[in-house]
Design a binder for this molecule. Structure first.
Ligand SMILES: *Cc1c(COP(=O)(O)O)cnc(C)c1O
Length: 391
C-alpha cells in the first residue's frame, strides 16, 4: 500500500476515478444502506421509531431509500419540514425550532404531524391554532435536563444560559393538556453510555411528567452507526423508559444515517512553498467543508497519514482568498503531482447542507453510487446558483 499512495483503488467504487469532474461529493448508497440496516435493527428490537434529522444530511434524492427503513424525518425549520414532507412520502414529519414565525405556522401545521415547542409561551401562542385544525397533530415540549457531557459550548444545548429547552425550574407542569410528548437533545457524536447517564437524570427530574405522555424523543447526537457504538446499551435505555412509563420512544439522529458514507474528490491545482509544501486544491474548507474550520477538525484523506509520517508532507489549502482556508497537513509516501485526485472521507454530513459560494467558488457536483447504476451524477452547479443568491 506504500507505493502509489494516492492509490484510488483503496476506495471501493467501480469507477474511473481519474475522470471524475472535481470537486464532487460521492455518496455510496451501499454504505447508507448499511447504516440504515443498523438503525432498523434497533427499531425492530425495541419498537422505537427513528427519524432522519435533516440538519446534517438533506440529500433528498436518497430519501426514498431512507424511507424504506426509517419512520420519517425531523426538521429545524419550515423548509426542512417541507423537504421531508415532499421527498419522503407517507412518513412522519416532525419539527422542532427554538421559536416559530407566525407567518410560517399555518404551513407548518399543514405538513407536520408532530410539533415540538421550545417554551410554554410558544405552546400557548399556537395551541388554539393546532386545536382548531382538522388534522391530528401531536405536540411536544423540549426539556433541558441540564445534563450534557459535550465539552464544546457551541455544541452543548445545556451550557449555562442555553436557549434550547425548558429547565425543570421553568417547567409549568400543572397544565399539560394537549401535550403528547417530551423531547430532549443533549448529545453530540456520543456513545450510549452517555445516553444512559442522561436518561438517569431525565428520569429523576422529569419522570413525573413523562408518566403523562404518549412519547418521549431522545433527540440526536447518537453515533449509532460508528463501529465502537454500544447498541445493547442503547436498547437497554429505550426499553427502560418504554417499560417504566409505557411511552413510545423516538430517536432522531442525523449524522448516524450518513456517517462514513460519502467522499469528496478533489484535484491538486498547484503547489506553492512557504516553509512547507502547500498544495492548492480545487475545493475549499470554507466553502465545501465548513466544519473543518468551524468545529474545527482535520478530515481524513485516503492514502495519507499525519504530517511527517510519510516522506512527503503537504498542507492542503482551498482556492478562496481566505488565509485560513486550510484543510490540514497530510503526508504521502510518493510526491503529489498537479492533477492528482485526492479523496476526503466522511464528507456526506454537514457539507452539502452547509456549503456556500463565498468568493464565487462553485459548489461541488453531487453524485451517488450503487452497484447497479454505478456513478450517478445528481446535480451540477454553476454561475447561476452563485448569482441567484445575490442581488
Ligand atoms: C442536530 C439535531 C439532531 C441531529 O443530531 P445529530 O448530531 O446529527 O445526530 C436531532 N435533533 C435536534 C433537535 C437537533 O438539533
Amino acid at each position: 500500500m506504500d507505493k502509489n499512495i494516492q492509490n484510488f483503488r483503496t476506495i471501493d467504487l467501480n469507477i474511473d476515478i481519474s475522470k471524475l469532474p472535481t470537486p464532487i461529493y460521492i455518496v455510496d448508497e451501499r454504505l447508507i444502506e448499511k447504516n440504515l440496516k443498523i438503525l432498523k435493527e434497533v427499531m425492530d428490537k425495541t419498537g422505537c421509531k427513528i427519524l432522519l434529522a435533516q440538519k446534517a444530511f438533506s440529500m433528498f434524492s436518497l430519501y426514498p431509500l431512507i424511507g424504506q427503513y426509517l419512520s420519517g424525518t425531523t426538521a429545524s425549520s419550515l423548509f426542512e419540514a417541507k423537504l421531508g414532507y415532499e421527498e419522503m412520502k407517507e412518513k412522519e414529519v416532525h419539527i422542532y425550532a427554538p421559536a416559530y414565525r407566525e407567518d410560517e405556522f399555518d404551513e407548518i401545521i399543514s405538513i407536520c404531524d408532530h410539533i415540538v415547542f421550545n417554551s410554554f409561551s410558544q405552546w400557548n401562542k399556537y395551541k388554539n391554532k393546532i386545536k382548531a385544525s382538522a388534522k391530528k397533530i401531536e405536540c411536544g415540549l423540549r426539556i433541558n435536563p441540564e445534563y450534557s457531557e459535550i465539552e464544546t459550548d457551541i455544541y452543548n444545548p445545556c451550557f449555562t444560559g442555553s436557549r434550547l429547552g425548558i429547565t425543570l425550574e421553568n417547567f409549568q407542569g400543572n397544565d399539560l393538556e394537549g401535550i403528547d410528548g417530551l423531547h430532549f437533545h443533549t448529545m453530540c457524536e456520543q456513545n450510549s453510555d452517555v445516553l444512559k447517564r442522561t436518561i438517569e437524570v431525565v428520569d429523576k427530574k422529569f419522570g413525573k411528567y413523562i408518566k403523562k405522555m404518549k412519547w418521549i424523543n431522545f433527540g440526536g447526537g447518537h453515533h449509532i452507526t460508528r463501529p465502537d457504538y454500544n447498541i445493547d446499551t442503547l436498547i437497554e435505555c429505550i426499553m427502560y423508559i418504554k417499560n417504566k412509563y409505557n411511552v413510545e420512544v423516538y430517536l432522531e439522529p442525523g449524522e448516524a444515517i450518513a456517517l462514513n458514507a460519502g467522499y469528496l474528490a478533489t484535484r491538486v491545482l498547484d503547489f506553492v512553498k512557504n516553509n512547507i509544501d502547500i498544495a492548492i486544491l480545487d475545493t475549499s474548507a470554507a466553502c465545501h467543508m465548513p466544519d473543518v474550520i468551524e468545529m474545527p477538525y482535520r478530515p481524513k484523506v485516503i492514502g495519507a497519514r499525519e504530517a511527517g509520517q510519510y516522506p512527503y508532507t503537504y498542507r492542503f489549502g482551498g482556492l478562496t482568498c481566505l488565509a485560513g482556508d486550510i484543510i490540514g497537513d497530510y503526508s504521502f509516501s510518493k510526491a503529489l503531482q498537479i492533477g492528482d485526485i485526492l479523496i476526503f472521507t466522511d464528507m456526506a454530513i454537514y457539507t452539502m447542507v452547509k456549503n456556500n459560494t463565498f468568493n464565487g467558488v462553485n459548489l461541488p457536483t453531487i453524485a451517488s453510487y450503487n452497484e447497479k447504476d454505478g456513478l450517478k451524477i445528481i446535480k451540477k452547479f454553476g454561475y447561476k446558483d452563485f448569482k441567484e443568491r445575490l442581488s
